[in-house]
Ligand binder design. Structure first.
Ligand code: BES
Ligand code: MN
Ligand code: ZN
Length: 499
C-alpha cells in the first residue's frame, strides 16, 4: 500500500472520495461533481444529504475508463472523530470491491480552512476500515483485508507540506490502533501477562524505546505485594512492565509517567462476577493497552518528551490460593490493605504501579488509565471517561485534548470527605467501602493514597470506553481509547513551548 499527497488528484485514479460536511448550501460542490460526472445536479442533490457516514456512488467515464466518485457524508459540523469514523465506515462497508487506485479530494471543500486534521483523520480511518476482527478464523486469504490499494490525497498547494505530515501521522496511528485493537480483543488465553510483555518488548525493539519486564520472582523481591496478592489465584505468573522513551537528541520538554491497569482477565476472584457479560473482562487491560499504544506513538512520532510507562499485569482468578475477602495484604508503598472485595483488584495493582512510577522516575506529570469501576459507567455511560485529579491545570489540558480528539473526559470530585469510606478497622485502609454509592470516586481516593502526594496526578476511569458497540463487530470491541487523547495532550505541551 502506498499513500501520496498531491495538488490535483491524478487521472489514473479509479475512484475519488469526496468528503462533504452537511450544511445548507452544497450547490457549489454538487455543480463541480455534476460537471465531472455528467449527472444532473438535481439528482445528486436529491439523493445525497451528507448525513454522517452516508455514501453515494456516482459512475462516469473519463478517457474511456470507467470511474467512480464516492460522496461521503460527514454530518453537521463534523469533529475530527466524525471524519475518522466516516472514512473507517466507508472502507469497512466497501472493502469487498474497493478499487485499487483510490483518491480523496480535499479540493471540493466545504471543510475548515486548513484540511490538515481532516487529512490525518481520513487516512487513519481509511486504513483502520480494513481492520479485521476475525483474528482466529481459519481459512482466511490475505487479500480479504483489502490490503492492496494506492491512496492519493489531493489538497491545495499551500497545504501540501502540512498535509504530508498529517498523512504520515494518520498512517502511524492506524498501525498502532490496529495492534492495540488486536491486544484488547484477544481472549485471555491468548494474552497472558507474559504475552502482553512480549508484545511490548517487540514494539520497543521496532520503535526504539527501552523495555524492562520483571518476572514473578523479581516482583516478589521488589515487594509489589498488592500485585502479588491479586495474582495468587492465577496459574499464569504476573509481569511488571516498564517502558521508557527518550528522544534521541536528548531534548526533553517534560517527563510524563503513565500507569495502566493490565488485568488480562477479571473473574472478580473469590468475590466472583456474575457470568453474563463476564467475557468482556478480557478487556480489563484497556488501560495498559492505552499506555502501550501511547508510548509506541510517542516513539513513532519522536516527540521531545521523556515518557515512562508502567504496567502491572495479572489475571484475577479463582483458586484455593486466591486472596480471600477480609485478607490483609501489603503494598509496595508500605501501607497495609484489607481486601474487602477481591473484585476491586484494579486499584490494588495500580497502587503498586503508581508508587513505583513516582519513586523510581519522579515524573512531572503522573497519569493512570484503568477500566476501574462499573460505577463510572453508571455515572457517565459510554460517552466519556471519568477524570480525577488534584491539579486544575492538568484537568484543563486533558479535557481539551479529550474534546479535540473525541475521546472525552469528564471530571468528578475527589474531596477528602470520601476518604472515610476507606477506613479499615484492622489495616491502614480497605479496598472497598461496601457502599456502592460513588464507587468511581472512592476508587480514585484509594489510588490517591499511593501517589506519594504527587502534585500533578490524573486518574482516568475508562471502564465504559475501552470497548464499545460498533458497526464493525456484533459484540463490543476495542476502541483504543486514550491514545489519540494523550498524544494530543503532549502535542499541546509541545506547541505551548514553542516561542
Ligand atoms: N474491571 C472491573 C470494572 C469494570 C466493570 C470494567 C465493567 C468494565 C466493565 C473492576 O475490576 C471491578 O470489578 N470493579 C468493581 C469494584 C467493586 C467491587 C468495588 C465494580 O465496579 O463493580
Ligand atoms: Mn474487578
Ligand atoms: Zn477489573
Amino acid at each position: 500500500m502506498q499513500i501520496t499527497i498531491n495538488q490535483s488528484g491524478t487521472s489514473s485514479l479509479d475512484a475519488l472520495i469526496v468528503p462533504i460536511a452537511q450544511q445548507t448550501d452544497l450547490d457549489a460542490i454538487f455543480s463541480l461533481v455534476a460537471e465531472k460526472t455528467n449527472v444532473p445536479v438535481e439528482l445528486i442533490k436529491n439523493d445525497f444529504k451528507a448525513a454522517a457516514r452516508e455514501i453515494h456512488t456516482l459512475y462516469f467515464t473519463e478517457n474511456q475508463q470507467s470511474k467512480r466518485i464516492y460522496l461521503l457524508g460527514l454530518g453537521e459540523s463534523p469533529r475530527t472523530i466524525d471524519v475518522l469514523n466516516a472514512f473507517r465506515s466507508f472502507v469497512f462497508k466497501r472493502k469487498a470491491n474497493l478499487p485499487a487506485n483510490l483518491g480523496i479530494s480535499f479540493l471540493y471543500r466545504n471543510a475548515p480552512e486548513n484540511p490538515t486534521t481532516w487529512v490525518e483523520a481520513s487516512v487513519n480511518g481509511l486504513l483502520l476500515g480494513r481492520y479485521d476482527i476475525g483474528l482466529y478464523k481459519t481459512g482466511k486469504k490475505p487479500e480479504d483485508a483489502a490490503t492492496n490499494f494506492n491512496l492519493e490525497v489531493a489538497v491545495s498547494k499551500e497545504h501540501l507540506a502540512s498535509a504530508t505530515e498529517a498523512m504520515k501521522r494518520g498512517e502511524a496511528f492506524a498501525g498502532t490502533h490496529a495492534e492495540i485493537f488486536n491486544l484488547v480483543n484477544a481472549p485471555a488465553n491468548k494474552k497472558t501477562p507474559q504475552m502482553l510483555a512480549n508484545w511490548v518488548v517487540k514494539s520497543g525493539k521496532q520503535y526504539n524505546y527501552s523495555v524492562e519486564v520483571f518476572n514473578e520472582e523479581q516482583i516478589h523481591e521488589m515487594g509489589l505485594h498488592a500485585l502479588i496478592s491479586v495474582n495468587r489465584g492465577s496459574e499464569n505468573p504476573p509481569t511488571f512492565i516498564v517502558m521508557e522513551y527518550k528522544p534521541a537528541d536528548g531534548k526533553v520538554l517534560h517527563k510524563i509517567g503513565l500507569v495502566g491497569k493490565g488485568v488480562t482477565f477479571d473473574t472478580g476472584g473469590l468475590s466472583i462476577k456474575p457470568s453474563t457479560n463476564m467475557h468482556y473482562m478480557k478487556s480489563d487491560m484497556g488501560g495498559a493497552a492505552a499506555v502501550f499504544g501511547t508510548i509506541e506513538m510517542v516513539a513513532k512520532l519522536q516527540l521531545p518528551m521523556h515518557v515512562i510507562g508502567v504496567v502491572p499485569a495479572t489475571e484475577n482468578s479463582v483458586d484455593s490460593l486466591s486472596t480471600k475477602p477480609g485478607d490483609v495484604i501489603g503494598s509496595y508503598q508500605g501501607k497495609t490493605i484489607e481486601v474487602i472485595d477481591t473484585d476491586a483488584e484494579g486499584r490494588l495493582i495500580l497502587a503498586d504501579g503508581l508508587t513505583y512510577a513516582v519513586r523510581r522516575f519522579a515524573p512531572d506529570v503522573l497519569i493512570d488509565l484503568a477500566t476501574l469501576t462499573g460505577s463510572c459507567i453508571r455515572t457517565l455511560g459510554t460517552y466519556a471517561g471519568g477524570l480525577f485529579s488534584n491539579n486544575d491545570e492538568l484537568v484543563g489540558k486533558l479535557s481539551t485534548a479529550g474534546e479535540r480528539t473525541g475521546e472525552r473526559l469528564w471530571r468528578l470530585p475527589i474531596w477528602d470527605d470520601y476518604k472515610k469510606e476507606l477506613k479499615s478497622d484492622v489495616a491502614d485502609l480497605k479496598n472497598f467501602s461496601g457502599n456502592p454509592a460513588a464507587g468511581a470516586i472512592t476508587a480514585a481516593k484509594f489510588l490517591e493514597e499511593f501517589i506519594e502526594k504527587h502534585p500533578a496526578w490524573a486518574h482516568m476511569d475508562i471502564a465504559g470506553m475501552a470497548v464499545a458497540d460498533s458497526e464493525f463487530s456484533s459484540q463490543k470491541s476495542a476502541t483504543g481509547f486514550g491514545i489519540r487523547m494523550l498524544i494530543d495532550y503532549m502535542q499541546g505541551l509541545i506547541d505551548e513551548a514553542k516561542p
